[in-house]
Design a protein around this ligand. Structure first.
Ligand SMILES: *Cc1c(COP(=O)(O)O)cnc(C)c1O
Length: 447
């Protein structure tokens, strides 16, 4: 499979990481850019494609992050580049609410077709995941005429004011940024590895606790929406056991609550189905998408039941740039690539290579407490050997080792102890296997 700039698909180091040109860049960056922005991998990028990022010092790095599950189709995928080039040459912006264009409608049609459920659906487009979440909450509140919104421990939904109230983790996402929006209620998450009653009882017990709290503490008839990531992203790739998501969705249906699946990270073939909800046949009332939607251009969406999406007065939704013609052209290229290159199957294939390698590490290394994920979204949770105490020091050491060897991996987790793997779905097998071999060495040296 070759899509995107034809960069040799091999890891190659010609300097230390960061090399001299990257080091000079990092100084310039610090002088100009707010200290509030982190940096996972300290190099200056020159180009990227397939599973490789090339830096200005000439190093070729294996990309196990895909820009946080964004370039599922690879960087600068052929169809994305072609569509974007044609679109910028034709027109760059009219504002969809001022003078409309076809790309916006085609993206909405594609989303209505691809998301779970056969009922009539409609969509609205925005710029970022957080903005999609904000709008999903607005829509659910207006439709139900209720205010309370249920969210979950370890959940991540963005960094704007409304979404900070929805996001669980204080540091770094919320600390000192309050006050936060009212009427968000955080519930226990079905986290099998850390469920007090053990993984077997997790689905049933977690569902009982959540429903009990909603009924007795909140009042089900006060709840506008339940918002959950079907597999949690930043929270550490927590995969709820079968039955939990379905149980929540059924509870919503019974109680007139809008069930919102946040598929910003899990969407667009990442988990080995087009959307993670497909796995259990759950049909959310509304779904938020972003990240993988447009091959790297900023675009996000809310898609769902037409009666809910149409309950909003004219002018109640929108934004200057939401559904920009350039981002829509990119999305149509990315979606065509996912379908034509069968990237859902590819995600399952890469996923089985990853889970085999990670499970082998779990057998060998006592600091690997848990291996979990679905499709090309796989993680390791690191603990102190012989316990389930989080081991963030091992994470730091592993990330550093991989960095020095030219492998970009991302961290996650409420306890800062999860390694998450999110390769572009077009990564060739040999690169993935090489990255996993280096990760194995990294875990071995962190014992
Ligand atoms: C990244 C993410 C968001 C926020 O998206 P932005 O585009 O960064 O605003 C929301 N929800 C989930 C599940 C995410 O992974």
């Amino acid at each position: 499979m070759t899509t995107g700039p034809h960069i040799p698909q091999e890891r190659k180091l010609v300097t230390a990481i960061p090399g001299p040109k990257s080091q000079a860049f990092i100084e310039r960056r610090s002088a100009a850019v707010s200290a509030g922005l982190g940096m996972s991998f300290p190099v200056l990028v020159e180009k990227a494609g397939g599973g490789i990022i090339v830096d200005v010092d000439g190093n070729s790095i294996i990309d196990m992050g895909a820009g946080i599950a964004v370039v599922n189709v690879g960087n600068s995928a052929d169809r994305v580049v072609e569509n974007v080039q044609n679109q910028v040459a034709a027109f760059t912006h009219t504002c969809f609410m001022v003078a409309p264009y076809m790309g916006y409608v085609e993206v909405c049609e594609a989303l209505n077709r691809l998301t779970p459920g056969t009922g009539k659906k409609k969509s609205a487009l925005f710029n970022s995941g957080a903005e999609a979440l904000e709008n999903a909450v607005k829509i659910a509140r207006r439709f139900t005429k209720r205010e309370a919104v249920v969210v979950f421990e370890h959940g991540y939904h963005g960094r704007t004011n409304l979404t900070m109230a929805m996001t669980a983790k204080n540091m770094p996402y919320k600390d000192g940024f309050g006050p936060f929006a009212p009427e968000f209620y955080r519930m226990p998450m079905a986290y099998p590895y850390r469920w007090p009653g053990g993984p077997e009882k997790c689905a049933e017990e977690a569902l009982d606790v959540v429903i009990h709290k909603i009924e007795k503490e909140l009042g089900a008839d006060r709840v506008a929406a339940i918002v959950i990531e079907p597999i949690q992203g930043e929270g550490g790739f927590v995969v709820p056991p079968k039955g939990f998501i379905k149980g929540l969705s059924d509870f919503c249906t019974k109680n007139g609550i809008v069930f919102i699946a946040d598929e910003v990270q899990t969407g667009f073939a990442r988990t080995g189905s087009m959307f993670a909800c497909d796995d259990e046949g759950v049909v959310p009332d509304l779904m938020t998408t972003a990240k993988g939607i447009a091959g790297g251009l900023p675009l996000a969406a809310v898609t769902g039941r037409a009666d809910i999406m149409d309950s909003i007065h004219v002018g109640g939704l929108g934004g200057t740039y939401g559904g920009s013609p350039v981002a829509c052209a990119a999305a149509l290229g990315a979606i065509a690539t996912i379908e034509e290159e069968k990237l859902v199957d590819r995600a399952n294939h890469l996923g089985s290579i990853m889970s085999d390698a990670l499970n082998a590490m779990k057998k060998k290394y006592p600091i690997v407490g848990d291996v979990r994920g679905r499709g090309a979204m796989q993680a390791l949770e690191l603990v102190l050997a012989g316990s389930d105490e989080p081991n963030p020091a091992a994470l730091t050491s592993i990330v550093k080792y991989c960095q020095q060897k030219g492998v970009l991996i991302l961290s996650a987790g409420t306890y800062g102890n999860v390694i998450r793997l999110l390769p572009p779905l077009v990564m060739p097998d040999h690169l993935l296997k090489e990255a996993l071999q280096i990760l194995d060495e990294a875990v071995a040296q962190a014992q």
